[in-house]
Ligand binder design. Structure first.
Ligand SMILES: Cc1ncc(COP(=O)(O)O)c(C=O)c1O
Length: 380
């Protein structure tokens, strides 16, 4: 079976009781038992629910892995992962990381003695030098949020194996349709299913996928013990979203390439970040490890901060909002919105300037998106 067929059919068994083609939503907290501890596989929804199971089956197969554990959010999934570390453990990550992930380490787990070291994961020599210091985990985003940097996942995962360091890839931006990190040697793949998988900006969720049974058992235990479970309705919505993931991703990528190409030649633009452009510094690597380049485009405009704020508040089709990956196009200002939890000094050191704007290009008609950009840029 190929991707779209799997997305529609795996884990989506019609209801045997009624014939309903879509599995029902099991809005239940508990399950009746025949005798103490004699039940049909579920005893309490914090530990498991049929809607979690069906989504886990679909997600594992789409990511070309064996096991998945769904969580309350992308950050819930990251919390589940990090909670298995111990005081004194070090995690290494790239220096361009979703602001909320950075905040989770910096303001929560640091208090428990788990430290984060940000490095340049584009530099393999630097990666190897740090891996030699025996961190417990390397946490990679590729493409990164918001600068769309591409790390060489196969090379880094090979190094991580050599030094016996657990490798995790946040694959939220690419989705399993465009990139499969487990096939590139990662131990675990993480997603915010809030984004492209849900796809309609109406749900929050997360998942961790792996081929390793012990890690799967750890994730299930941590979710149950820490209360990191999603709601049955939210997992049902994500199962529904996944059925159209492939067609949406093709359109997101097609629109994003047009938007990036248009902006790249605009006189008000200094720089466009999109891995599908031949001007992107890791374009060749992106072509090698990805099947498509996704729907996020980041841009540095040749405008002052006030002009940028005015511009991004004035679009008619792009809505000014946090998040990404929904059918509707969004625009946001990372320095004051999604990445505000990182200090200005650290942001600027890592190339995230106050002038950077991030577009989540939706699946509207391409001409309407370009027209919105053209008109509003001409009015600045
Ligand atoms: C790359 C990436 N990873 C993780 C997250 C966190 O996901 P959630 O908002 O579902 O907790 C986000 C959210 O924006 C993200 O962009």
């Amino acid at each position: 079976m190929k991707f779209s067929t799997k997305a529609i059919h795996v884990g989506q068994i019609p209801d045997p009781g009624t014939g309903a083609i879509i599995p029902p939503i099991y809005m239940t907290s508990t399950y009746v038992q025949e005798a103490p501890d004699k039940h049909k596989g579920y005893d309490y929804t914090r530990a498991g629910n049929p809607n979690f199971t069906s989504l886990e089956q679909t997600l594992a197969v789409l990511e070309e892995g064996k096991y998945a554990t769904v969580f309350s959010s992308g950050l819930g999934a990251t919390t589940g992962l990090i909670s298995n570390l111990q005081t004194g453990d070090m995690v290494i990550a790239g220096n361009d990381l979703y602001g909320g992930t950075f905040r989770l380490f910096d303001q929560i787990f640091q208090n428990f003695g788990v430290s984060l070291l940000n490095i340049d994961t584009l530099n393999l020599e630097e990666v190897e030098n740090v891996l030699k210091q025996q961190p417990k985990m390397i946490f990679l985003e590729s493409p990164t949020n918001p600068l769309l940097k591409i790390s060489d996942l196969a090379a880094i995962n090979k190094l991580a194996k050599k030094y016996k360091v657990l490798s995790v890839v946040d694959n939220t931006f690419a989705t399993p349709y465009f990139q499969n990190p487990l096939n590139l040697g990662a131990d675990l793949v993480l997603h915010s299913t809030t984004k492209y998988m849900g796809g309609h900006s109406d749900v929050i969720g997360g998942v961790v996928i792996t081929n390793n049974k012990v890690l799967k058992e750890e994730m299930d235990f941590t979710r149950m013990a820490m209360g990191l479970n999603p709601s049955p309705f939210d997992t049902w919505l994500i199962s529904r979203g996944l059925k159209t993931l492939s067609v949406r991703m093709d359109k997101h990528a097609q629109n994003a390439l047009s938007v990036a190409g248009f902006l790249e030649t605009h006189h008000r633009v200094r720089k466009v970040y999109y891995p599908g452009l031949s001007s992107h510094p890791q374009h060749t690597l992106a072509k090698k490890q990805m099947k498509g380049f996704g729907g996020i485009v980041s841009v540095e405009f040749d405008l002052g901060l006030e002009q940028i704020k005015k511009l991004i508040s004035s679009f008619q089709v792009f809505s000014l909002a946090e998040s990404l990956g929904g059918v509707e196009s969004l625009v946001e200002h990372p320095a004051s919105m999604t990445h505000a939890s990182i200090s200005k000094e650290k942001r600027e050191r890592n190339g995230l300037s106050d002038g950077l704007v991030r577009f989540s290009v939706g699946i509207e008609d391409e001409d309407d998106l370009i027209e919105d950009l053209r008109i509003q840029l001409s009015l600045i």
